[in-house]
Design a protein around this ligand. Structure first.
Ligand code: GAR
Length: 208
């Protein structure tokens, strides 16, 4: 199904998920903007190389949150750019206010574990330290908690006895690059219905 759609990406680091979104089939939608709390991030460099508008922003004094003022400015900016969907792609801060209000039900996050296991930072290291045999990644809608919102898609990978956090992260990342664009296509193709915290996607023989 084709659908137009304007996507903004928030990223703090390397930017491989941002790049995957820019180079994937998004069913007619496109990434129009990258905003980063880290002006020297790999994501910012990639945006310049890919010709995507890139905007650094100051998140304020907190280490893990975006200040209410910064979040309001960012929300106003994204509204002014007629953004339809916001994707958090390696964005390492929790949102709490204006963005959630302006884009309720329109913010997706990719997280490198099978939520609700291992939310927060260093999810792959948490998985290795816990001794799980299977891990993976999750795309979910964003709410005011840390990685708590309704789950759209998940993909599993094996955890090997020889794995380090880095080797597991690399295996999970391949799946992230696949399911984040897929979730965007589902959302913008209006093939998703949210019932409480249950996300139902209309894919024949697809996940529940
Ligand atoms: C990805 O593994 C993403 O899932 C993770 O950060 C990495 C960013 O890589 N996000 C989180 O841990 C959020 N809690 P990238 O910059 O190459 O896309």
């Amino acid at each position: 199904m084709n659908s137009a759609g304007r996507i903004a990406v928030l990223a703090s680091g390397r930017g491989s998920n941002f790049e995957a979104l820019c180079t994937s089939d998004l069913g007619g939608a496109s990434v129009v903007l990258l905003a980063s709390d880290n002006p020297s991030s790999g994501a910012m460099l990639k945006a310049r190389r890919l010709g995507v508008e890139s905007i650094p922003f100051d998140p304020g004094p907190g280490r893990s949150r975006v200040s209410p003022e910064a979040e309001k400015s960012l929300a106003d900016l994204l509204v002014s750019k007629s953004v339809d969907l916001v994707c958090l792609a390696g964005f390492m801060r929790v949102l709490g206010g204006a963005l959630l209000e302006s884009f309720a039900g329109r913010i997706l996050n990719i997280h490198p574990s099978l939520l609700p296991a291992f939310p927060g930072l260093h999810a792959q290291a948490q998985a290795v330290a816990h001794g799980v045999k299977v891990s993976g990644c999750t795309v979910h809608y964003v709410d005011s908690g840390t990685d708590t919102g309704p789950i759209v898609l998940q993909a599993a990978v094996p955890v090997l006895g020889s794995d380090t956090a880095d080797s597991l992260a690399e295996r999970i990342l391949q799946e992230e690059h696949r399911i984040l664009p897929e979730a965007v296509r589902l959302h913008l193709g209006c093939r998703i219905r949210i019932d409480g915290r249950i996300v139902k996607s209309r894919i024949p023989d697809g996940p529940a």
